[in-house]
Design a protein around this ligand. Sequence first.
Ligand SMILES: Cc1ncc(COP(=O)(O)O)c(C=O)c1O
Length: 474
Amino acid sequence: MPLDGSFRTIIEPFRIKMVEPIRMTRRAERRVLLAEAGYNPFLLRAEDILIDLLTDSGTSAMSQEQWAGMMRGDESYACARSWYRFRDTVERIFGFEHVIPTHQGRAAEALLFGTLVRPGQRVLNNHHFDTTRANVESSGGLPIDLPCPESIDPATDHPFKGDIDLERLAQELKEHGSSGVALVMMTLTDNTGGGQPARLANVQAAAELSRSHGVPFYLDACRFAENAWFIKLREDGQGDRTIPAIVSDLFAAADGCTFSAKKDAFANMGGFVAMRDSSVARTERNRLILTEGFPTYGGMAGRDLEAVAVGLEEILDEDYLHYRIASTSYVHRSLDSAGVPLLRPAGGHAVYLDARRCLPHLEPRQLPGQALVAALYEEGGVRSCEIGTVMFGRRNPQTGEETPADRDLVRLAIPRRVYTQSHMDFVIEAVRRVYEQRDAIEPLEFESQEPVLRHFTARFRRPSSRAALEAEVS
Ligand SMILES: Cc1ncc(COP(=O)(O)O)c(C=O)c1O
């Protein structure tokens, strides 16, 4: 272990130099605010949140070195100093020859799929995340998830639930070949599947299979360092290796990657797509100029390029990764011992509540995940995110019928370097209180929704309040 093994207490490996006050709210106030926001926490004002676990994306606290980098940012339009620092850092860590900067991960996805996917082609992944799925679909592709069988049951423990199912991958590749499969991707860690890691050996085997069918293999690298830490902790033969060595092996297997710097680069904005193939790079650069900006800044300011370059170095620190993964599993362990149904084991960046098992009195069409999200905000001012029927279910535009997702989870995503252990203790208490009152949690239904990525903007209502309103009107 990187920290002195004789201490049981794991401390945050940083001190706090600047603080951001939290505005205290009361339950009665929160009930009104949530109803006004259509029971969708994405639509709540951030100042009305006590602990914000909506996402770990873009919400990190930057270090003093990152802020110093911001001041050094070179804002020249073309070929700025900050670009070379960014590019060289990405090349050194990930080993790709071509680096294309974007304003965030989904812009990298749009460039990649817009270039590689032809209408009707499949994209295979352990699990597409929401923006990844939406970008494949908007390029005319068919996103197919191939999670490993061990990941299907949220209640069972398995160290590498983020593995791709190699048997199904082989079948898909055999059946559809390079004309039918545009690319294979693996998401590290698997956010949709519970922040679960993939083995290095699984990534290498998937890459080999893809290569043998002439299909490009890419990594969705948002949480690459957290995945690498799990590999070091759990994979046979990896325990004595350094994080940069594991990272280097992961990316040596791939033809390229997409990256949102808002996760494992501690940046508030930024991303890139990187690859070895120069003709793919050329097409993507041309698209980049059209949509994001000149190829040496893409969608980022010089100061963002600096912050990402510094963050990418900091994330590889083993003391930090040790603390990070231990603090997530602390929340998981505490909720687990209180009997709250969870996706097991703890993810890297988040703890996922199993809403269907928490609220067995609600059918999937009654949106148990969203109902739990609402209850958690009302009870403790904690903002969380549904990953279930609201995010991944589908509405038939003709009949209006809802097809639920495979599972209904509530993600408590932990921003990097932002909250202390007492904040997490408060979250644990809030979840326990909600779980104790679970039988009283009411269902929700859609009031309005958009056809793409509906969870961001949808509005909901409680059927009981609709019924009351209808009675009043009649
Ligand atoms: C696995 C994964 N891929 C891609 C993205 C998209 O990144 P961004 O939000 O920067 O567009 C996310 C964001 O949460 C993600 O978790």
